[in-house]
Design a protein around this ligand. Sequence first.
Ligand code: PLP
Length: 341
Amino acid sequence: MIPHSRPSFDDRFIHAVGKVLRSAYTAEGEQSRQLEQQVLTQCNQPDAVAVDSGTSALMLAIRALQTQQTIQKVGIPAYACASLWFAVHAAGCMPVLMDCGEDLRLDVDHAWKLSPTLDAVILVHPFGMVEPLIAEAWDCPVIEDIAQAAGAIFQNQAIGSFGDISITSFYATKPWGGAYGGMVLGSHEICDTVRMMSHPDDVNLSLPYVGHHQLSNMHAALALIRLQSVNSEEKSRQQLMQWLDMTLSKSLQQSIAHRKQGNAFRYIVRIDGDVDLCLQALHAEGIDAARPVQLPLSYAGEAVLCGAKKAWGNCVSLPVLSDMSTDEYVAYAQGLSVCFP
Ligand SMILES: Cc1ncc(COP(=O)(O)O)c(C=O)c1O
């Protein structure tokens, strides 16, 4: 089976983790601080705090904002991973769902209609594409979520440099993936608050929330090595996407790819038939395709959002690996020709 994603770990990762183990400092420490510095060189933000996951990073970012102003309603994309929904709830806030357009980025009219009602907004660069609304002026604080498009450039600036606060994830399958982890980037004041909220041992009972959210040296060591490989991996994934463009060009599949403004994270096609049947057929051919999003978040609320509903009904994400072997290319081509004749 060609997996939907496959992080690869060479000897450098084994060496880096071995070094941490031999030092006996497996919890937060030197590597966690190095990762913060490394990411700060990539994103134009004043400060950074490594935390245990992207979901925690979102929750802590909202909670840190709450120490400065009232945050109740937080706008999030409806066609996005459920972590956003849970992070907003975990911060005691209410998610407000923003619909997506044809290209899976935000429906601009819907976003601007909702914006006066929001206390904060989380803007995601979905599936590796850049969300252009990040460069617009919002009346509320913007949390820029670069988890899926880390490393991409927009308007000559690294993404992650636009939001009042930015967050990323180091989850294994993400572009900057190690195993688990996340980061909050922003002002010194916000990052200091996130630091305090991530260290229950430094008792500060005046805070509304504190939890064990530090990123361990073990996890940071993996992400640090991934950052060294990220350019060559991105190049391989871009080549694979070009190959997919060519391979699928004769069938009717419409790919959603804006790689000039983003990275090669996900390859998504809109299909004409039933998504479940299409996935079954691809699996039968040894291709582990998946829905880009398990369930649109609008399913949890009362709102019927047409863009998210349509995307759920016809989008399929095809495997994009940075280390495809020649045999796998052959098997992939064969499977696609059967499923998309
Ligand atoms: C856009 C986005 N933000 C945040 C997260 C949460 O990251 P983590 O899995 O590290 O908690 C995810 C996870 O899939 C994501 O896709």
